[in-house]
Design a protein around this ligand. Structure first.
Ligand SMILES: Nc1ncnc2c1ncn2[C@@H]1O[C@H](COP(=O)(O)OP(=O)(O)OP(=O)(O)O)[C@@H](O)[C@H]1O
Ligand SMILES: [Mg+2]
Length: 296
């Protein structure tokens, strides 16, 4: 079932186009990552679908329904750091959230248990660690049992343990059928948490789909040959090979999945090329991602 449909959504700030004719469809139950470097339009996109930022043009539809007021209650979100009262307990802070959301306090225990803060509920907010504060924010967003949870850079500023806790929490929340939309500039975060991803650059969608399909580990090689022109042509004309970089006679390109240097060497020889240098690159996904962003 389609939860959100975005249609040519655009936001201009003066001459700057922060979000450019964005098209996207998000299905129920997915953990959808919006991945892109700083300033690529992630927060602006989330702001628009939450009715906090007014689009310049385009549209979006939640739950295949046009009634925005009913819809809003089904969406929990953290796009800016929520304001908590430092001297009040986690519990009391959530009671204030309930008042704002116009719901009873009955849901508080449930959300405190989900984020594993029930034991600490009576302690003052200011005594919480950064990770606990972030978890309380997620608890606040979960009050009222929303169908969708929207998070903007949920692990910003956390240490590795805090990051792992938030990641597990997000995965657990999604297991209960809640659709999650998550903006992040961290490839690693999206790869570990999300089922789907859209990659944004300068407000434009570069690619979108299942994480398994898009962020799969391609095998990347660096190769040197005498006949550079011939290799360049081979790469351009063969869909198994995707050029990433060519610098001073060194070609960096991706080759078929699960291939090794021997396979590639064989392939080059079959095509009349002798490599004077052939090496498989480590950390290929990171460079692949950076390449998508750089050369798009
Ligand atoms: N209120 C505003 N007025 C003018 N320009 C803005 C405003 N808000 C955002 N922008 C610009 O729009 C572009 C997209 O910003 P946005 O905050 O959506 O990016 P982002 O992907 O969330 O970045 P980050 O990873 O740094 O959070 C940027 O160039 C930014 O400077
Ligand atoms: Mg942002």
């Amino acid at each position: 079932m389609e939860i959100l449909k975005i249609n040519k959504l655009t936001k201009h700030y003066g001459k700057l186009t922060a979000v450019d004719k964005l098209e996207l469809s998000i299905d129920k139950g997915s953990i959808y990552g919006i991945l892109g470097p700083n300033g690529s339009g992630k927060t602006t996109t989330l702001g628009m679908i939450l009715n906090v930022i007014r689009p310049s043009s385009g549209s979006f539809t939640w739950f295949a329904d046009s009634d925005l007021n009913v819809n809003r209650q089904k969406i929990g979100a953290i796009i800016e750091t929520p304001i908590f009262y430092p001297y009040l307990s986690g519990q009391k802070n959530l009671e204030i959230f309930c008042k704002i959301k116009k719901i009873g306090y009955a849901d508080i225990d449930r959300v405190l248990n989900i984020v594993e803060l029930y034991e600490r509920r009576k302690d003052a907010f200011k005594t919480y660690s950064l990770g606990m504060k972030q978890r309380l924010a997620i608890a606040g967003a979960l009050l009222g049992e929303p169908e969708v949870l929207i998070l903007d850079e949920p692990t910003n500023g956390l240490d590795p343990q805090g990051i792992a806790e938030i990641r597990n929490l997000i995965i657990n929340i999604a297991k209960n059928g809640i659709t999650i939309i998550l903006a992040s500039h961290l490839l690693d975060e999206v790869q570990k948490v999300c089922s789907h991803v859209m990659i944004l650059k300068k407000g434009k969608k570069l690619i979108a789909g299942r994480v398994d399909d898009i962020l799969r580990e391609p095998d990347i090689f660096e190769v040197k040959v005498e006949e550079t022109e011939k290799l360049r042509e081979l790469i351009l004309n063969n869909s198994d090979l995707n050029l990433i970089q060519e610098h001073q006679g060194l070609f960096v390109f991706s080759y078929k999945e699960h291939s090794n240097g021997k396979d590639l060497n064989q392939f080059l020889i079959e095509n009349g090329l002798v490599a004077s240098h052939l090496q498989k690159q480590e950390k290929s996904l990171e460079s692949y991602f950076l390449n998508i962003i750089e050369h798009a």
